[in-house]
Design a protein around this ligand. Structure first.
Ligand SMILES: [Zn+2]
Length: 287
């Protein structure tokens, strides 16, 4: 069932668990995420970056695929289709394409421009029943070719954006997209505590969920994080399983080259990763 992400995240915040946001890249990813969420009776957010949407030939194609697959698989758990790190134009396009949730990432603008654009998109999204995530303090690492330094958000700026009526807020606390370097200092819990003190019951979002140790995840949830984004980890598990299949020469045996066989170990690996994260985030059985 496609819904916006507002209610599932409000419940998560009140219930002290987090809902996983898993990025999709194609049909296989989407199917693996939907089936695993259903098996675990967990609410789920399917995230799509603008780059991944372009790869899949457009926002409308993504929205139609996710909706049709959700229906065809008889999914009963709440599923939100969410634009990840949307530009101003991309966010508007997704409202029209049939997404149920958007993120507007205005963190690279000055705070005044971020406020102005977020405010406008909050009105547009809410008018159509979508939920909206905004961002303060850029997330480190690389996403779709944009490299961020991993800032720590200013709690006052977080409050300014929260007061615009956004449904959930991504605030940088030293988290990074992609793999974490060996010398990473960890999440800034002092900053997270201050941000939550300013934003109250607003669900907070932790980007860069790949490779954050379980104890840090638990502490982040304890301090108000209700949505955790996972992208790279599914890609790594898919690639590793596919590599093993090919290195074992299985694509050369019989009809092992058939994409339904060739991609199957990768899909199973994504499912295992999604399952592990849902357990870690505590959202199993919460649908
Ligand atoms: Zn992100």
């Amino acid at each position: 069932m496609l819904v916006n992400a507002s209610e599932m995240l409000t419940k998560a915040k009140a219930g002290h668990y987090a809902v996983g946001h898993f990025n999709t890249n194609n049909l296989e990813w989407t199917k693996a995420i939907l089936q695993t969420a259903e098996e675990m009776k967990s609410p789920v957010i399917i995230g799509v970056s603008e780059g991944a949407a372009k790869y899949m030939t457009g926002f409308k194609v993504v929205a139609d695929m996710v909706k049709a697959m959700d229906k065809a698989l008889g999914i009963t758990v709440p599923v939100a289709l969410h634009l990840d790190h949307g530009s101003y134009e991309g966010a508007k396009a997704c409202i029209d394409a049939g997404f149920t949730s958007i993120m507007f990432d205005g963190s690279h603008y000055g705070i005044e421009e971020n406020v102005e654009k977020t405010k406008e998109l909050v009105a547009l999204a809410h008018e159509k029943g979508l939920s909206i995530e905004a961002e303060v303090g850029s997330i480190g690492g690389e996403e779709d070719g944009v490299i961020g330094a991993g800032e720590v958000a200013d709690p006052e700026e977080c409050k300014m954006i929260a007061d615009l009526g956004v449904d959930f807020l991504a605030a940088g606390i030293g988290n990074i997209h992609g793999k974490y370097p060996a010398n990473w200092k960890g999440l800034d819990f002092v900053a997270l505590d201050k941000i939550q003190a300013k934003t109250g019951t607003l669900p907070l979002v932790l980007h860069g969920g790949t490779g954050i140790p379980a104890d840090m995840i638990a502490k982040a949830i304890d301090l108000g994080v209700s949505k955790i984004n996972v992208n790279t980890e599914c890609q790594l598990s898919f690639a590793e399983a596919t590599r093993k299949y090919i290195e074992a020469g299985k694509d050369l045996e019989g009809k092992g080259f058939d994409p339904r066989k060739l991609l199957a170990p990768g899909v199973d690996a994504i499912k295992a990763t999604v399952r592990e994260k849902i357990e870690l985030f505590g959202s199993a059985g919460k649908a």
